[in-house]
Design a protein around this ligand. Structure first.
Ligand code: CP
Length: 310
């Protein structure tokens, strides 16, 4: 594998920090690592002796487990800390917790936190590499990369594709990373959702805002539904989930406007029957579980490249 490009990053907190060449290198590396997960012995010695800490202050199924699986498949030693099992529960600040972790000399700290900017805060205070595994409503860069990998796997290229993202754009760190990644790689992204959930600022990231989801989905090559994040809604931004599902739910009637071969994506976790119809989740165009599979490969690539692999 040779691209001639050196991955000159120690941390990954935002996809805005990556160039097109960086994206291509991560995705090429992920494609080459994906095969390891299909072997009967799913382990290579690449990161033997390296220490990876998962510092997760918010619940996670896919991201935490796939970072752990990725590290273990590359023979790194992994350790998991959650908010309830750390001294944050006794009032220790995030920076103090992280400095104490650093004193044990890990090679990588992967953080998920409810505060936007938490990963950047650690990056400023730690010498150890930091990966943002989702910070508040800011970004989820590894999810953006696995989404890019999944679309490329099925469509060959991102250039010229039309991607529709439907749902709670304002609270979605996935949407923010996806918009940056997809548009930088030559796709156009249209977003739609209730007006209270679609800030016009997303246009500055390169997305087109459509008030009507039918405009966003028309002729789309990819339709992504986002979860309604009840845990981040301090005020009700929608009258009811039933009304949301009626106007913005991804269902067969909305999908008739997309291209017949449109991919259906969702970063998970899914509220079946709210943002997406269960038959669509389980239908032939859904690549939702491919996203999860590719999450392991992308995270293997990130651990490898950020810890100095060439
Ligand atoms: N997509 C995603 O971030 O899922 P988890 O919250 O389960 O990690």
């Amino acid at each position: 594998m040779e691209t001639g490009h050196f991955f000159n990053h120690k941390h990954l907190t935002s996809l805005a920090d990556l160039s097109v060449e960086d994206f291509e290198l991560v995705l090429l590396t992920a494609r080459s690592f994906k095969e390891i997960s299909s072997r009967s012995i799913k382990k290579v010695p690449t990161l033997r002796g390296r220490t990876v800490i998962n510092l997760f202050f918010e619940p996670s199924t896919r991201t935490r487990l796939s970072f752990e699986i990725a590290a273990k498949r590359m023979s790194a030693d992994t350790f998991n800390i959650s908010a309830s099992s750390s001294s944050a529960a006794k009032g220790e600040t995030l920076v103090d917790t992280a400095l104490n972790l650093q004193a044990m000399n890990p090679d990588m700290v992967i953080i998920r936190h409810s505060s936007s900017g938490a990963a950047n805060l650690l990056k400023r205070h730690l010498q150890t590499s930091v990966i943002n595994a989702g910070d508040g409503t800011h970004e989820h860069p590894s999810q953006g990369l696995l989404d890019m990998m999944t679309v490329i796997e099925h469509k060959g290229d991102l250039t010229g594709l039309k991607i529709a993202i439907i749902g709670d754009i304002a609270h979605s760190r996935v949407a923010h990373s996806d918009i940056i990644g997809f548009t930088r790689m030559g796709a156009t992204v249209s977003v739609s959702g209730p007006a209270t959930m679609v800030p016009l600022e997303v246009e500055s990231l390169g997305a087109k805002v459509c008030l009507d989801p039918r405009d966003a989905v028309a002729d789309a090559d990819v339709v992504m539904a986002l979860r309604i994040q009840r845990e981040r809604l301090l005020d009700p931004l929608i009258p009811s989930l039933r009304e949301y599902a009626a106007f913005f739910g991804v269902n067969e009637s909305l999908l008739r406007l997309a291209r017949p071969d449109a991919l259906i994506m969702h970063p998970g976790p899914i509220n079946r029957g709210v943002e997406i119809d269960p038959a669509i989740v389980d239908g032939p165009r859904s690549v939702i579980l491919d996203q999860v599979t590719n999450g392991v490969a992308v995270r293997m690539a990130l651990l490898y490249l950020l810890m100095g692999g060439e």
